[in-house]
Design a binder for this molecule. Structure first.
Ligand code: ARG
Length: 464
């Protein structure tokens, strides 16, 4: 059955139908479409378009369709319908007959589709927010055990200053918090009912838009019918948020890959999250992390695809807009799955906590601390920086670590040096000397962890 007919003498060409059908992907909107139709029918009953008995017939019909669909007893043929919305309407007609024809009163697929997508976006932004919280809680739990595990912090991929593994993990918790806030924003932007906007200009029938909005749990209604059916901003916000989220996860993926390399040998990935090589027997590869990094590309592409779709598109609905769904659905699924995979990787890796103790003891990684020490003896920082630079050069030339220098040697660079300077080179004590808020001092990091535990609470486990 087609949704139109009077004006046409023949049906849509098969190739044209195949090209234009969205049913393969918009079936994901099945539940939302049923809910939207029930709300619309309830409103039509309220304003006297549907009799009580007709309303009941429609709702029973929709419930049956829902049951048959979820049980796999009915599946709309993919070369039969333009989309899930027309498939459901057609099925309703075959279930209950002519009364089904009253359901579409005052409704266009233009407002119907975007109402469904908004309901979907609300539901899935909440699911993603939950997955973000869960990922944060896994990171924070690992951080709680590693406030004293020292690793080199890098800038320009060159050893810079010592930090703790916990401190490094908490940087990702901060990034995820911004992602969480972005999805809270997306939820709010999606929370507006377009239903009752019709094709683009409302209706001559006294539709009660507040009734449908309230029934569907929307916070408010879209105020301009033309904008309501044209607007895809909340989808752009959604996919943009997925793409920023994926950027963060891809940075994490890259670090996992580096840390698990033989050169770093800082973490070992468990068998559950590693793969082997078909040729090289010794290999254990971090494929999951590589795929996290790789899948970021498609989400970034989908973000750009959506923006390109909207660019220059005149108001209001144009069929181009059907192309909004695949980027949305795929980005949401990819980001959600990637969050679950990050949790899995973290739960399946073991740390080599002493990996850097020997390597960093007395190394140049303490140069800044040494300059700071001179500053506290009243040496101007620029001068202190220069003195330590000379010491580094001297050590390199003489193949010495900083903690191997004698006081006599140090005095050749500056007279302020005394015995107490050697405490600087003690790796275990190095983090405790940091006193600024936001630094890796273990006591401060523990406070941060306590703060996060309060925010995160008991985030429920996510399922993929
Ligand atoms: N499947 C279409 C979409 O998702 C349905 C909208 C059809 N509206 C129309 N006026 N042809 O955008």
């Amino acid at each position: 059955m087609k949704l139109w007919g009077g004006r046409f003498t023949s049906g849509l060409n098969d190739t044209a139908l195949k090209y234009s059908s969205s049913i393969e992907f918009d079936s994901l909107l099945f539940d939302e479409d049923i809910a939207g139709s029930i709300a619309h029918a309830s409103m039509l009953k309220k304003i006297g378009i549907l009799k009580e008995s007709e309303y009941k017939q429609i709702v029973d019909g929709l419930d049956t369709i829902s049951y048959e669909y979820s049980e796999g007893k009915w599946k709309p043929g993919k070369n039969e319908f333009e989309d899930i919305h027309s498939a459901i309407e057609s099925k309703l007609t075959s279930c209950i007959g002519d009364t089904a024809g009253k359901l579409h009163t005052g409704r266009s697929r233009n407002d119907q589709v975007i109402t469904d997508v908004r309901l979907w976006a609300k539901k899935h932004s909440l699911l993603i927010m939950q997955a973000i919280r869960q990922t944060q809680s896994v990171l924070v739990a690992l951080a709680a055990d590693t406030t004293e595990v020292i690793m080199p912090g890098y800038t320009h991929m060159q050893q810079a200053q010592p930090v703790s593994f916990a401190f490094h993990l908490l940087a990702y918790v901060e990034m995820l918090e911004r992602d969480y806030k972005r999805f809270a924003f997306v939820f709010g932007e999606s929370d507006q009912s377009p239903l009752g906007s019709g094709a683009l200009a409302g209706s001559t029938i006294p539709l009660d838009r507040y009734h449908t909005a309230e029934t569907l749990g929307f916070a408010s209604i879209a105020k301009n019918a033309l904008d309501a059916v044209s607007d895809r901003d909340f989808i752009i916000d959604f996919v943009h948020s997925c793409s920023v989220g994926m950027l963060h996860l891809s940075r994490f993926a890259e670090e996992i890959i580096i840390w698990s390399s033989q050169e770093w040998n800082f973490i070992k990935l468990g068998d559950a999250v590693s793969t082997g090589s078909s040729l090289m027997p010794q290999k254990k590869n971090p494929d999951l992390a590589e795929l996290l990094r790789g899948k970021t590309a498609r989400v970034l592409g989908q973000d750009m695809a959506l923006k390109t779709l909207i660019k220059g598109l005149p108001l209001s609905y144009n069929r181009d807009l059907q192309e909004d769904k695949e980027p949305l659905f795929n980005s949401a699924q990819t980001y959600y799955d990637s969050l679950c995979v990050v949790q899995l990787i973290l739960q399946n890796c073991s740390l080599q906590p002493d990996r850097f103790s020997k390597e960093l003891e007395g190394s140049f990684i303490f140069s800044t601390d040494l300059a700071d020490w001179l500053v506290l003896q009243d040496v101007p920082f620029r001068k202190a920086h220069h003195i330590v630079g000379e010491i580094v050069r001297y050590c390199e030339k003489n193949n010495k670590k900083m903690n191997q220098l004698t006081l006599t040697e140090l005095h050749t660079f500056d007279p302020h040096f005394n015995e107490s300077v050697f405490a600087i080179f003690n790796l275990a004590a190095s983090l405790k000397r940091k006193i600024t808020v936001g630094s890796p001092n273990p006591d401060l990091v523990k406070k941060e962890i306590a703060g996060w535990n309060k925010i995160i609470g008991d985030a429920p486990a996510t399922k993929s």
